[in-house]
Write a protein that binds this ligand. Sequence first.
Ligand SMILES: O=C(O)[C@@H](O)C(=O)CO
Ligand SMILES: [Mg+2]
Length: 259
Amino acid sequence: MPIFAANLTLMFNEWSFLDRFDAAADAGFRAVELQFPYDHAPDAVAARLERNGLTLALFNMPPGDRTAAERGLAALPDRFDEVRTGVDTALRYAEATGCRRLHLMSGLADAADPAAQAAYRRAVAYAASALGGRGIDLLLEPINGRDVPGYFLNSFTAAERLIADLGLSNLKLQFDLYHRQILHGDVAMALRRLLPVTGHVQIASVPSRHEPVGEELNYPFLFAELDRLGYRGFVGCEYRPRAGTLDGLGWFASQRKTE
Ligand SMILES: O=C(O)[C@@H](O)C(=O)CO
Ligand SMILES: [Mg+2]
Protein backbone atom coordinates (compact mmCIF):
# COMPACT_ATOMS: atom_id res chain seq x y z
CA MET A 1 0.00 0.00 0.00
CA PRO A 2 1.33 3.48 -0.84
CA ILE A 3 2.33 5.88 1.97
CA PHE A 4 -0.42 8.50 1.91
CA ALA A 5 0.46 12.11 2.80
CA ALA A 6 -2.41 14.36 3.87
CA ASN A 7 -2.29 17.68 2.02
CA LEU A 8 -2.74 20.18 4.87
CA THR A 9 -3.47 23.06 2.52
CA LEU A 10 -6.66 21.41 1.19
CA MET A 11 -7.58 18.93 3.92
CA PHE A 12 -8.32 19.43 7.65
CA ASN A 13 -9.41 23.03 7.05
CA GLU A 14 -11.71 22.63 10.07
CA TRP A 15 -8.56 23.20 12.15
CA SER A 16 -6.08 26.08 12.28
CA PHE A 17 -3.05 25.46 10.06
CA LEU A 18 -0.67 24.26 12.76
CA ASP A 19 -3.36 22.16 14.46
CA ARG A 20 -3.89 20.31 11.16
CA PHE A 21 -0.66 18.38 11.79
CA ASP A 22 -2.13 16.97 15.03
CA ALA A 23 -5.49 16.25 13.37
CA ALA A 24 -3.86 14.41 10.45
CA ALA A 25 -1.75 12.28 12.80
CA ASP A 26 -4.80 11.52 14.94
CA ALA A 27 -6.60 10.41 11.75
CA GLY A 28 -3.84 7.89 11.04
CA PHE A 29 -1.57 9.69 8.55
CA ARG A 30 2.19 9.15 8.92
CA ALA A 31 3.06 11.86 6.38
CA VAL A 32 1.79 15.23 5.23
CA GLU A 33 2.44 17.62 2.35
CA LEU A 34 1.88 21.34 2.07
CA GLN A 35 1.50 23.78 -0.74
CA PHE A 36 2.98 26.77 1.09
CA PRO A 37 4.35 26.77 4.69
CA TYR A 38 5.56 30.37 4.54
CA ASP A 39 2.97 31.98 6.82
CA HIS A 40 4.62 30.14 9.73
CA ALA A 41 8.22 29.97 10.98
CA PRO A 42 10.23 26.90 9.93
CA ASP A 43 10.69 25.86 13.57
CA ALA A 44 6.94 26.05 14.23
CA VAL A 45 6.26 23.67 11.35
CA ALA A 46 9.13 21.42 12.41
CA ALA A 47 7.82 21.27 15.98
CA ARG A 48 4.40 20.02 14.83
CA LEU A 49 5.99 17.39 12.63
CA GLU A 50 8.16 16.17 15.50
CA ARG A 51 5.33 16.27 18.06
CA ASN A 52 3.22 14.06 15.83
CA GLY A 53 5.92 11.82 14.36
CA LEU A 54 5.03 13.00 10.87
CA THR A 55 7.18 13.14 7.74
CA LEU A 56 6.86 16.21 5.53
CA ALA A 57 6.80 14.69 2.04
CA LEU A 58 6.72 17.84 -0.11
CA PHE A 59 6.05 21.54 -0.29
CA ASN A 60 6.17 24.21 -3.01
CA MET A 61 8.89 26.80 -3.38
CA PRO A 62 7.64 30.40 -2.96
CA PRO A 63 5.31 31.11 -5.93
CA GLY A 64 5.90 34.88 -6.19
CA ASP A 65 3.28 37.38 -5.04
CA ARG A 66 0.49 35.20 -3.68
CA THR A 67 -1.77 38.22 -3.14
CA ALA A 68 -1.49 38.79 -6.89
CA ALA A 69 -2.29 35.08 -7.41
CA GLU A 70 1.10 34.42 -8.96
CA ARG A 71 1.66 30.68 -9.53
CA GLY A 72 5.41 30.52 -9.76
CA LEU A 73 8.28 32.45 -11.34
CA ALA A 74 10.49 29.93 -13.11
CA ALA A 75 9.29 30.69 -16.66
CA LEU A 76 9.30 34.47 -16.19
CA PRO A 77 12.51 35.85 -17.77
CA ASP A 78 12.73 38.96 -15.55
CA ARG A 79 12.18 37.16 -12.22
CA PHE A 80 15.28 34.98 -11.89
CA ASP A 81 16.58 36.88 -8.84
CA GLU A 82 13.33 35.99 -7.05
CA VAL A 83 13.75 32.36 -8.09
CA ARG A 84 17.13 32.42 -6.35
CA THR A 85 15.79 33.97 -3.14
CA GLY A 86 12.88 31.54 -3.25
CA VAL A 87 15.28 28.61 -3.36
CA ASP A 88 17.09 30.01 -0.30
CA THR A 89 13.81 30.44 1.57
CA ALA A 90 12.60 26.95 0.69
CA LEU A 91 15.92 25.45 1.76
CA ARG A 92 15.54 26.99 5.22
CA TYR A 93 12.20 25.18 5.61
CA ALA A 94 13.57 21.97 4.11
CA GLU A 95 16.51 21.93 6.49
CA ALA A 96 14.29 22.66 9.52
CA THR A 97 11.70 20.03 8.64
CA GLY A 98 13.79 17.35 6.95
CA CYS A 99 11.68 17.59 3.79
CA ARG A 100 13.45 16.02 0.80
CA ARG A 101 11.14 17.04 -2.07
CA LEU A 102 10.50 20.62 -3.28
CA HIS A 103 8.23 21.64 -6.14
CA LEU A 104 9.27 24.56 -8.39
CA MET A 105 6.24 26.16 -10.01
CA SER A 106 6.58 27.55 -13.52
CA GLY A 107 4.21 30.51 -13.38
CA LEU A 108 1.91 31.82 -16.13
CA ALA A 109 3.64 32.13 -19.50
CA ASP A 110 3.24 31.02 -23.10
CA ALA A 111 4.61 27.48 -23.31
CA ALA A 112 5.63 28.20 -26.94
CA ASP A 113 7.57 31.38 -26.08
CA PRO A 114 11.33 30.76 -26.51
CA ALA A 115 12.16 33.37 -23.83
CA ALA A 116 9.90 31.62 -21.30
CA GLN A 117 11.36 28.24 -22.26
CA ALA A 118 14.90 29.52 -21.75
CA ALA A 119 14.00 31.15 -18.43
CA TYR A 120 12.34 27.97 -17.21
CA ARG A 121 15.28 25.78 -18.20
CA ARG A 122 17.69 28.17 -16.44
CA ALA A 123 15.60 28.29 -13.26
CA VAL A 124 15.11 24.51 -13.15
CA ALA A 125 18.82 23.85 -13.66
CA TYR A 126 19.74 26.40 -10.99
CA ALA A 127 17.25 25.11 -8.42
CA ALA A 128 18.10 21.45 -9.02
CA SER A 129 21.79 22.22 -8.59
CA ALA A 130 21.16 24.16 -5.35
CA LEU A 131 19.07 21.30 -3.92
CA GLY A 132 21.26 18.48 -5.18
CA GLY A 133 24.09 19.21 -2.82
CA ARG A 134 21.70 18.77 0.11
CA GLY A 135 20.14 15.52 -1.01
CA ILE A 136 16.86 17.17 -1.97
CA ASP A 137 14.87 16.40 -5.13
CA LEU A 138 13.45 19.14 -7.34
CA LEU A 139 10.01 18.26 -8.72
CA LEU A 140 8.25 19.57 -11.81
CA GLU A 141 4.46 19.28 -11.96
CA PRO A 142 2.45 19.70 -15.15
CA ILE A 143 -0.79 21.51 -14.25
CA ASN A 144 -3.96 21.58 -16.32
CA GLY A 145 -5.24 24.79 -17.87
CA ARG A 146 -8.76 24.44 -16.47
CA ASP A 147 -7.51 24.84 -12.91
CA VAL A 148 -4.74 27.31 -13.78
CA PRO A 149 -5.35 29.03 -17.15
CA GLY A 150 -2.09 30.03 -18.80
CA TYR A 151 0.18 27.87 -16.64
CA PHE A 152 3.47 27.40 -18.49
CA LEU A 153 4.15 23.74 -17.64
CA ASN A 154 0.93 22.29 -19.01
CA SER A 155 2.23 19.07 -20.54
CA PHE A 156 3.66 15.82 -19.17
CA THR A 157 5.59 15.47 -22.44
CA ALA A 158 7.32 18.82 -21.91
CA ALA A 159 8.22 17.90 -18.32
CA GLU A 160 9.50 14.46 -19.33
CA ARG A 161 11.58 15.98 -22.15
CA LEU A 162 13.25 18.60 -19.89
CA ILE A 163 14.00 16.04 -17.18
CA ALA A 164 15.63 13.76 -19.75
CA ASP A 165 17.46 16.63 -21.42
CA LEU A 166 18.99 18.02 -18.22
CA GLY A 167 19.75 14.52 -16.92
CA LEU A 168 20.06 15.60 -13.27
CA SER A 169 19.62 12.74 -10.81
CA ASN A 170 17.59 14.88 -8.38
CA LEU A 171 15.27 16.38 -11.03
CA LYS A 172 12.02 14.42 -11.09
CA LEU A 173 8.37 14.49 -12.09
CA GLN A 174 5.56 15.38 -9.69
CA PHE A 175 2.92 13.04 -11.11
CA ASP A 176 -0.46 14.44 -10.10
CA LEU A 177 -3.00 11.90 -11.39
CA TYR A 178 -5.71 14.59 -11.30
CA HIS A 179 -3.81 16.78 -13.78
CA ARG A 180 -2.71 13.78 -15.83
CA GLN A 181 -6.29 12.65 -16.38
CA ILE A 182 -7.44 16.12 -17.38
CA LEU A 183 -4.44 16.87 -19.61
CA HIS A 184 -3.80 13.56 -21.32
CA GLY A 185 -5.70 10.62 -19.78
CA ASP A 186 -3.97 7.25 -20.25
CA VAL A 187 -3.07 7.32 -16.54
CA ALA A 188 -1.99 3.72 -15.88
CA MET A 189 0.23 3.48 -18.97
CA ALA A 190 1.79 6.84 -18.12
CA LEU A 191 2.54 5.60 -14.61
CA ARG A 192 4.23 2.50 -16.06
CA ARG A 193 6.34 4.61 -18.41
CA LEU A 194 7.13 7.57 -16.15
CA LEU A 195 7.50 6.05 -12.71
CA PRO A 196 11.32 5.76 -13.13
CA VAL A 197 11.50 9.59 -13.31
CA THR A 198 8.72 10.23 -10.78
CA GLY A 199 9.60 11.72 -7.38
CA HIS A 200 6.10 12.20 -5.99
CA VAL A 201 2.51 11.23 -6.79
CA GLN A 202 -0.68 13.10 -5.95
CA ILE A 203 -4.31 12.07 -6.15
CA ALA A 204 -7.85 13.47 -6.29
CA SER A 205 -11.08 12.50 -8.00
CA VAL A 206 -11.72 13.85 -11.49
CA PRO A 207 -13.45 16.17 -12.31
CA SER A 208 -14.52 17.27 -8.80
CA ARG A 209 -11.08 17.21 -7.06
CA HIS A 210 -12.69 15.63 -4.00
CA GLU A 211 -11.77 12.35 -2.26
CA PRO A 212 -10.22 9.68 -4.56
CA VAL A 213 -13.53 7.80 -4.80
CA GLY A 214 -15.67 7.15 -7.87
CA GLU A 215 -15.82 9.55 -10.84
CA GLU A 216 -13.37 9.14 -13.74
CA LEU A 217 -10.45 7.33 -12.08
CA ASN A 218 -10.43 3.83 -10.57
CA TYR A 219 -8.20 4.51 -7.58
CA PRO A 220 -8.22 1.03 -6.04
CA PHE A 221 -6.81 -0.20 -9.36
CA LEU A 222 -4.26 2.67 -9.52
CA PHE A 223 -3.07 2.13 -5.92
CA ALA A 224 -2.56 -1.56 -6.70
CA GLU A 225 -0.73 -0.52 -9.89
CA LEU A 226 1.65 1.67 -7.86
CA ASP A 227 2.34 -1.34 -5.64
CA ARG A 228 2.83 -3.60 -8.65
CA LEU A 229 5.29 -1.08 -10.11
CA GLY A 230 7.21 -1.00 -6.83
CA TYR A 231 6.59 2.68 -6.10
CA ARG A 232 8.05 3.44 -2.65
CA GLY A 233 7.40 7.17 -2.52
CA PHE A 234 4.57 9.19 -1.03
CA VAL A 235 1.07 9.67 -2.44
CA GLY A 236 -0.14 13.19 -1.66
CA CYS A 237 -3.88 13.43 -0.96
CA GLU A 238 -4.35 16.75 -2.73
CA TYR A 239 -8.12 16.95 -2.69
CA ARG A 240 -10.84 19.16 -1.26
CA PRO A 241 -13.00 17.08 1.12
CA ARG A 242 -16.55 16.84 -0.22
CA ALA A 243 -17.98 17.38 3.28
CA GLY A 244 -15.96 17.10 6.54
CA THR A 245 -12.37 15.86 6.24
CA LEU A 246 -12.86 13.02 8.73
CA ASP A 247 -16.21 12.01 7.20
CA GLY A 248 -14.44 11.56 3.85
CA LEU A 249 -11.68 9.22 5.05
CA GLY A 250 -13.52 5.96 4.41
CA TRP A 251 -11.30 5.33 1.34
CA PHE A 252 -8.20 5.79 3.55
CA ALA A 253 -9.54 3.38 6.18
CA SER A 254 -10.20 0.73 3.52
CA GLN A 255 -6.68 1.18 2.12
CA ARG A 256 -5.17 0.84 5.62
CA LYS A 257 -6.91 -2.52 5.97
CA THR A 258 -4.72 -3.74 3.09
CA GLU A 259 -1.53 -2.82 5.01
O1 LIG B 1 -1.73 20.29 -8.20
C1 LIG B 1 -1.58 21.39 -7.63
O2 LIG B 1 -2.28 22.39 -7.80
C2 LIG B 1 -0.46 21.48 -6.60
O3 LIG B 1 0.27 20.27 -6.58
C3 LIG B 1 0.48 22.62 -6.74
O4 LIG B 1 1.61 22.52 -6.30
C4 LIG B 1 0.11 23.89 -7.36
O5 LIG B 1 -0.71 24.55 -6.43
MG1 LIG C 1 -0.67 18.65 -7.49
